[in-house]
Design a protein around this ligand. Structure first.
Ligand SMILES: [Mn+2]
Length: 381
């Protein structure tokens, strides 16, 4: 005779209710100890089915707040929410790299997945290069899950990651992705034809590998070149970027993927910005983290999170270096509300405004992806 499993005691609740309970629990206790594997797998299933119908390129509208890499830093993620508001009060776009490196990849990813389930039209999740099996097998997530839940769950996670979109267009003029641009992209048609890769091999080829992996370079590289540092994908110089943006009618590229001392970093006359949201990355760097806001009038601003560090005799040098970095940052953008750990929101890093974007974007020439747009407009209703 089949016995009743004790773990089914929560079966009476809907996935939505379960997701909300996990959110509340994570925000309060920062852990998932109260939830069994079956409940977490239920969330993974629901996340997968929520993501599955989404195209590889999302179309979203501003205002929106954009996160770069989080890498398992749950406390940092919650500190940003504390500063700028929680979903669904604010629309969020996450550029990937939720897992690996930090200690709480399971908790970070589950919190974001639960928000995606609860508010699918307000929380948008893209795929970073660490949401690929060959990365998160090696850089922490697999080990974390093996310790906390078992490797079966790690395998289930890959199915969810396979359904994450690869890029998002904000309005008509801003394109966002984890890594960078690609020489394999010649028109919006390329994006429309793009399929979400669902094997390690297809993650590593075509337009998708560059969206997840490419980096801008200030070296003498006017076009695309092999990305030697990462041994995968490409680096691209200013000319490659300018050509790409011109072809697609873009004003700004927003990407993550590289640590930035101030949490954000503009390049090439503010045509591209790197947003990195994990302060004190890996515990051995002195970087700030930042998230980026695009206002209703296309003004760009940032909320900057300072690394939280307690000075000891061992790390005195690092702390001093950090203090100096922070002073430099504040000298560039004085902030009357400066705090020890957090510059409160909204933190206009003034003037960080991109002239072409300040005026509301004119309709401009038509961009050739009508099916995607209408699809997404309907979904927003
Ligand atoms: Mn990355």
């Amino acid at each position: 005779m089949k016995s009743i499993r004790k773990t089914d005691i929560f079966d009476g609740e809907s996935v939505d209710q379960l997701a909300q309970r996990i959110i509340d629990h994570l925000l309060q206790w920062r852990c998932l100890d109260a939830f069994c594997d079956k409940q977490i797998l239920t969330i993974l299933d629901k996340t997968e089915s929520t993501l599955k119908p989404l195209p590889a390129m999302l179309q979203i509208e501003h205002p929106v707040t954009i996160f770069g890499d989080i890498h398992g830093q749950l406390d940092s993620l919650i500190r940003y929410f504390d500063a700028v508001g929680y979903p669904p009060k604010v629309q969020f776009l996450f550029l990937g790299d939720y897992v690996d490196r930090g200690a709480k990849s399971l908790e970070v990813s589950l919190l974001l997945f639960c928000y995606k389930i609860r508010y699918p039209h307000v929380v948008h999740l893209l795929r970073g290069n660490h949401e690929c099996m060959k990365m998160n097998r090696l850089y922490g997530f697999h080990e974390e899950l093996a310790r906390k839940r078992g490797t079966r769950m790690w395998k289930r996670y890959q199915n969810v990651f396979n359904e994450l979109p690869l890029c998002a267009r904000v309005g008509q003029k801003i394109l966002c992705m984890h890594g960078g641009i690609s020489q394999n992209c010649t028109s919006w048609e390329s994006f429309r034809n793009l399929k979400k890769p669902n094997t390690p091999k297809t993650c590593d080829e075509g337009l998708q590998v560059d969206l997840m992996w490419a980096d801008p370079t200030q070296d003498k590289c006017n076009a695309f070149a092999i990305n030697q540092q990462r041994a995968i994908s490409v680096v691209f110089g200013e000319k490659a970027l300018t050509d790409f943006m011109k072809k697609l009618g873009l004003s700004l590229i927003v990407r993550a993927h590289e640590v930035s001392q101030d949490g954000f970093n503009f390049l090439f006359n503010r045509k591209i910005v790197t947003v990195f949201s994990a302060p004190y990355y890996c515990g051995n760097d002195t970087n700030c983290g930042a998230i980026m806001h695009i206002s209703p009038s296309y003004e760009i601003s940032f909320t900057v999170l300072r690394p939280r560090m307690i000075q000891t005799s061992e790390n005195a040098d690092v702390v001093r270096q950090m203090e100096n970095n922070y002073k430099d940052l504040m000298a560039k953008s004085p902030d009357p509300n400066r705090g020890r750990h957090l510059t409160p929101a909204p933190i206009p890093v003034q003037p960080v405004s991109i002239p072409p974007l300040l005026a509301p974007v004119a309709p401009g020439p038509p961009i050739q992806i009508p099916p995607l747009i209408s699809e997404m407009v309907e979904m927003k209703k």
